[in-house]
Design a protein around this ligand. Structure first.
Ligand code: MLT
Length: 409
């Protein structure tokens, strides 16, 4: 008799964004004329930059010619892309990386979900609360989290509450933890931390021989000086951190799929005899076994974001979304909402009026003004009473959505 992986039975019924899509589709079915504006899932709306499209076309043409056709590429990614990443995203900020410390993949979601596989099953993990649900769900699937309680929290996860009182910055855990998920600029709150604050985490990890899994998917949205773009800007981070980056939100690749993960050779975890093992060759072993790399045209397209033209065009798209973020923040503040984020991130985190439960606010917003967002409770117990809007819609839809909220909510 085939048995299921019972860890899957501990998961919430559906993945947060699938649940939202289900509710919206149901509402659309019942109200086919409703003009719904989606500020829910963080999916981009602006087309790929022209330089990216040109590079992809050229690469596709190469694939169609016998002289330039390519079969399997290196599982870790093509060097032409890795070198551009190192030069533009890291060396320019004083961070040196070796070519074999960068692993190209099809998404930061994929990598943040899969990376836990190379850690022991008894590791204790810490996550911010609220949190991007992938970090939790992937560890539940692996069997690292124990049972869920009536607040929807897992008994073996250390939750780090991010509240208005602590400026939505996760406090250090009170008990020792082994794996720490941090995401800055943060999804869902849109908040950031300073270099000094991030250094406290790096020091904690060094003292406790923990590993920080640092998700920097929204790095391109940082506007303010002094906000770290990479955890490797912090002294000592190479010993204790892995970093996830993505072209999805940086260059509109949500449908194209390209991302990368940095695994420095110094970062280690320990076996049951306390022998240290470098995670870099373990991740390589994992990727070469389970992954065959990102397609050549997509990697060529990603590399085009680093040309002079590409950089300028991508920057314009990010500026466009950040102007949306400004419009959302301003509109909500004028309407009397308490608002967080949206300054160095494409997410705006608002407090629901009158402490309304966040799924109730979701329903009200969808039914009353046909605007879809993401209920804070979907990101964790401390997300209750909050709500997330994204800046990734078109300008027209962003303006219309805010106008509806201001005048009809
Ligand atoms: C979000 O809305 O939080 C993101 O779209 C999720 C993701 O990038 O997977």
């Amino acid at each position: 008799m085939a048995r299921v992986n019972e860890n899957y039975l501990k998961l919430p019924g559906s993945y947060l964004f699938s649940e939202i899509a289900r509710r919206v589709n149901q509402y659309k079915k019942e109200n086919p004329d409703a003009d719904i504006i989606r500020l829910g899932i963080g999916d981009v709306t602006q087309p790929l930059a022209p330089a990216v499209v040109e590079a992809m076309k050229k690469a596709v043409a190469e694939m169609g010619s016998p002289d330039t056709f390519r079969g399997y590429g290196p599982e870790q990614g093509y060097e032409f892309l890795i070198e551009q990443i190192i030069e533009n995203d890291f060396r320019s900020r004083g961070v040196e990386l070796a070519v074999d410390e960068v692993f190209i993949s099809d998404g930061a979601k994929t990598d943040t979900a899969n990376f836990q596989e190379i850690f022991g099953i008894n590791n204790i993990l810490a996550v911010s609360d609220p949190v991007y649900p992938v970090y939790v769900d992937s560890n539940v699937m692996a069997g690292r989290t124990g049972m869920v309680n009536d607040k929807g929290q897992f008994e073996k996860i250390v939750y780090l509450p991010c509240t208005e009182e602590n400026g939505m910055k996760p406090p250090l855990p009170r008990t020792r933890v082994d794996m720490i998920y941090l995401c800055f600029p943060n999804n869902p709150t849109g908040m950031t931390i300073s270099k000094e604050e991030l250094k406290v985490w790096v020091d904690y990890a060094r003292e406790n021989r923990s590993v920080i899994l640092f998700d920097a998917a929204y790095e391109a949205y940082i506007r303010e000086e002094g906000v770290p773009h990479s955890i490797f800007e912090i002294e000592g981070a190479r010993e204790v951190a892995v970093e996830f980056r993505s072209f999805s939100k940086t260059a509109g690749f949500t449908g194209t799929r390209c991302a990368y993960t940095i695994v420095p050779k110094e970062v280690k975890a320990y076996d049951s005899n306390d022998q240290a093992h470098s995670l870099n060759p373990m991740w390589l072993r994992r990727q070469t076994t389970k992954f065959n790399g990102v397609s050549y045209p997509v990697q060529a397209a990603a590399a085009a974001t680093f040309t002079e033209e590409g950089k300028k065009q991508v920057r314009e798209i990010i500026d466009y979304y950040m102007e949306n973020a400004r419009i959302i923040r301003k509109g909500l503040e004028e309407a009397g909402y308490k608002v967080f984020g949206g300054v160095n991130a494409p997410y705006i985190w608002l407090k629901t009026p009158g402490n309304m439960r966040s799924w109730d606010f979701f329903d009200k917003l969808m039914r009353q003004v046909h605007v879809v967002g993401t209920p804070g409770a979907g990101f964790g117990a401390h997300g209750e009473g909050y709500f997330r809007l994204t800046a990734f819609a078109t300008r027209a839809n962003t303006e219309r959505a805010i106008e509806r909220i201001r005048t009809r909510m």
